[in-house]
Design a protein around this ligand. Structure first.
Ligand code: IVH
Length: 696
């Protein structure tokens, strides 16, 4: 293949990696799994080695990730906070050992005989914690400063936030004199993560993608919001004593003991390993055992135990050569399908969901997997009672990869899509060109209504805080809301008080409890509902839940049609002629506005004073409402008739002569008698520049 191909692929990888790194480091909200990200980086590194001339030396993969944000004061790390190089299999691990062996400083020497092998001091193997790296500084045993890694050179000062984490010692045991820096990982335990995500889901908030993001998002809170740090309960493990020699510590294994002896939490999952064989054993042993830990680990960090030699072994710009991270492959698990149940979505699509015999996967308890549609079930020949292999796709949603047909007993049941909706009993339809089965009862199927209401209130929609899954269900079950419009008939606190709001897990007993809406919350939700009337038109259009129309398509439609009436009256051709709107969306929008119930809903919203046109259109259209403009002289930036069009577009009128009714005279160059007449009548005179500013 030509060099051009590789260059193009490298450019593509630079773009992709940058995009995903921004999501991961800056927004704490990744779209792909760490495994997929690592694979992109690995591919890029290979290509860069083969085509060094096309490599971007200053690209982020040559630096330590994460940029310090504006929210916190910068902290320059006295000793840079490095990252680690990864290895993904035994062969790469052996290469790491071979490289160490080849270093002259590790060969021979007075303290090392042939019989002892190359590495008399051995290694430590520690689980690689998937959290957020931090540095803590203690002065005479008192915690004085904490910082994130940032870009490795400069991090963020998060002292105030770290003080809110119970497991960060504020005072060390047996306080060491002077300044001591230790490093480790802030994390969220799996049990906390699961409990918090459940609450977020119930409240209609987006659940965190994984415990790492939850921890990072929580730690990097502004002062205003830092109460969530104590509420969410973060934890910390330390693994690195900076300048250990100053404490008379010369081995990493001793450093871990030192940390522990001074009251700094150290994970239990580590061991000293003599040689490559022992390291391999540790890796194999923990591959499964790590799922018994209450925190996420994604590999094993192998460190040369002899700290004395670290300086000689050295480091690259971003990682030490005396340590490496062995990354485990993404996990798969085997479990049994106990049942296949149907979930009815917002648009009536029936999704078969596998209810699994609970297994731990990716650190969380997995009980369900989406089976997408009937076609996929028959393609993979998935039956109730089957033993299946599952894997986490994009961190959260597990997928069924394959069926273990050798484990079949003959008692497995073939799944059939129901003929009637499990929520409302309507007859299910299946269009020949669609994979999906649908419940056609959009108007009153309770399952669809609940999902629609949740979506209506979501952030991209009307952004009604506090209205999530549980409250949506109880509003519908109580009969207080029967369709979206009814939400705005709720006016009294009593209408909400006593409804289920969210469920949560009791910290002590582990029981699931329901929190009901009280007076304070009722008042807050009412004001959220009221405030939602003023959301931009694009949010309303998204909130309507028109099939195929998410925030993106809604944005395109609003930009083109500006207001609801233009949209209602648009033909399918006009709709599909908008760039980015294809025939499927066009048909869906067209059909939506042909439905009486939908049009009634819009009339209700109109009567309630919702924004049914774009904000900027709204201002501009009314800006010159009824105002009469007269022009005199020549304009340099446009012709008089163009200027007249602008005035009309903004709701104004143009006249040829000055009268007492004239509101503005726009005076260009070489003005005539109109100017003096206007002056006499006290009419506001605008220069061309002022006029241009007014129409902006
Ligand atoms: S040692 C100079 N030990 O993984 C090397 N790092 O991907 C210092 N990590 O930057 C790192 N568990 O944030 C070390 N037991 C462990 C770790 C660990 C997690 C993190 C750390 C590091 C990153 C590299």
């Amino acid at each position: 293949m030509s060099n051009n191909f590789f260059e193009a692929r490298m450019n593509e990888l630079y773009g992709l990696i940058q995009h995903h790194a921004d999501l991961y480091y800056d927004k704490d909200s990744p779209e792909i799994s760490d495994f997929e990200y690592d694979n992109l980086v690995k591919e890029l590194k290979e290509l860069e080695t083969l085509h060094p001339n096309s490599a971007r030396k200053d690209f982020l993969t040559h630096k330590v990730g994460g940029r310090p944000s504006e929210l916190f004061a910068p902290v320059v790390h006295e000793t840079p906070m490095l990252s680690l190089d990864n290895v993904f299999n035994n062969e790469e691990l052996v290469n790491f050992f071979e490289r160490l062996k080849s270093l002259p400083s590790l060969r021979g020497g007075a303290e090392q005989s042939e019989a002892e092998g190359f590495f008399p001091s051995g290694f430590t193997c520690e689980m690689k914690i998937d959290g957020l790296a931090v540095s803590l500084i203690y002065q005479d045993g008192i915690f004085v400063r904490g910082a994130t890694r940032g870009n490795g050179q400069t991090g963020e000062d998060v002292t105030a936030n770290l003080l809110l984490i119970d497991s960060v010692p504020k005072r060390l045991k047996n306080p060491p004199a002077g300044r001591v820096e230790v490093r480790g990982e802030v994390l969220m335990t799996l049990s906390r993560f699961e409990a918090i995500n459940k609450i977020r889901f119930d409240r209609g908030e987006t659940p965190f993608a994984n415990p790492r993001n939850a921890a990072a998002g929580t730690l990097r809170q502004s002062e205003k919001n830092n109460h969530v740090i104590s509420e969410r309960g973060l934890d910390i493990f330390l693994y690195y004593l900076v300048d250990a020699e100053k404490q008379n510590i010369f081995k990493q294994s001793d450093a871990l003991e030192w940390l522990d002896a001074h009251g700094l939490p150290v994970q239990k999952a580590w061991a000293r390993c003599e040689d490559l064989e022992a390291v391999k054993n540790f890796i194999a042993q923990w591959q499964e055992k790590r799922f018994d830990l209450n925190y996420v680990t994604d590999g094993v960090v192998i460190k040369f135990d002899d700290i004395y030699k670290w300086k000689e072994i050295g480091e690259t710009s971003h990682a030490p050569r005396w340590a490496v991270a062995f990354k485990y492959p993404p996990e798969e698990a085997k479990t049994k399908i106990l049942d296949i149940k149907i979930s009815v979505g917002r648009t009536g699509v029936l999704t078969p969901v596998a209810w699994l015999d609970p297994v731990r996967l990716g650190g969380t308890q997995v009980q369900r997997a989406s089976l997408h549609n009937a076609e996929m079930i028959s393609q993979k020949d998935i039956r109730i009672g089957d033993l299946v292999k599952i894997r986490k796709a994009a961190e959260i949603i597990p997928e069924v990869i394959e069926v273990d047909k050798t484990a079949r007993t003959g008692n497995e049941k073939i799944f059939e899509m129901p003929t009637h909706c499990p929520a409302c009993g309507s007859e299910i339809v299946k269009l020949p060109d669609e994979a999906a089965h649908r419940c056609p009862n959009r108007a009153s199927c309770p399952a669809q209504l609940k999902e629609s209401l949740k979506y209506f209130a979501s952030r991209d929609g009307m952004n009604i805080n506090g209205l999530g899954n549980t409250l949506a269900a109880s509003l519908l079950n109580s009969g207080k809301v029967k369709s979206l419009g009814d939400l705005y008939d709720i006016k009294k606190e009593e209408d909400l008080i006593g409804l289920d709001w969210t469920s949560y897990q009791d910290r002590k007993t582990g029981e699931t409890k329901i929190r009901k809406v009280g007076k304070v919350l009722a008042r807050a939700i009412l004001s959220e509902i009221e405030a939602s009337k003023g959301r931009p038109f694009v949010n309303l259009l998204t909130a309507l839940g028109i099939r195929e129309v998410g925030k993106g398509a809604a944005g395109l439609l609003v930009e083109e049609f500006k207001n609801i009436d233009a949209l209602i009256n648009a033909t399918e051709e006009e709709l599909s002629s908008v760039e980015g709107i294809g025939p499927v969306i066009a048909e869906s929008v067209y059909e939506f506005f042909r439905n009486e119930e939908n049009l009634k809903l819009i009339e209700k919203f109109r009567a309630l004073g919702f924004n049914l046109k774009t904000e900027d259109n709204f201002i501009k259209e009314n800006k010159f409402d009824g105002k009469i403009f007269v022009f005199t002289g020549t304009l340099s930036s446009m012709t008089r008739s163009e200027a007249g069009e602008k005035v009309k577009a903004l709701g104004g009128k143009v006249s040829n002569s000055i009268s007492s009714k004239t509101n503005y005279l726009v005076a260009g160059d070489k003005t005539g008698s109109k100017l003096s007449k206007a002056e006499k009548l006290g009419i506001k005179i605008l220069s061309e520049q002022e006029f241009l500013e007014a129409i902006e």
